[in-house]
Write a protein that binds this ligand. Structure first.
Ligand SMILES: [Fe+2]
Length: 147
């Protein structure tokens, strides 16, 4: 699963408890009218890694292992209410963050995980994701519980 470049507009701490999360960090090109970005760094996070992210961070997240990556995300604000941005992965131009599209991306990744790793039916599992919790302080990125 890869989440296109996006910002949070609030501080965050990401803690990985299983799997891996590769981050590309971006910076805005000064003076670009379209809000274009360029790559500025990268960091791979694994179990027991906790990464503080500043208010203005822009990052892309990829989970390379073909299995569940689990993380606890703590945000310093209302993650769902903020008028955030994402960047087109081809043009790297800024546009409004599409929450509905990103929720569907998580749902598709969760379904693919169950299909790939389980002989059980997806309906045997209950997914809990902070993307749906709407907690203003804490997001649990992905949690899978067997019914
Ligand atoms: Fe993020």
């Amino acid at each position: 699963m890869t989440i296109m470049p996006h910002n949070h507009l609030m501080w965050a701490v990401i803690d990985i408890y299983t799997g891996r999360e590769d981050n590309i960090f971006w910076r805005r090109l000064p003076g670009d009218a379209g809000g274009k970005i360029e790559a500025a760094g990268a960091k791979s996070l694994g179990p027991r890694d906790a990464e503080p992210l500043g208010r203005d961070i822009i990052h892309t997240v990829t989970n390379p292992p073909p299995r569940l990556t689990g993380a606890i995300h703590v945000y310093g604000g209302d993650f769902f209410a903020a008028a955030r941005s994402e960047w087109d992965p081809e043009t790297l131009l800024e546009r409004p963050f599409d929450l509905t599209k990103n929720i569907k991306l998580f749902e598709a990744a969760n379904r693919a995980f169950v299909r790939f790793w389980s002989r059980d039916k997806p309906s045997d599992y209950h997914f809990v994701s902070g993307l749906f919790s709407r907690s203003p302080e804490t997001e649990f990125n992905v949690r899978l519980t067997r019914n």
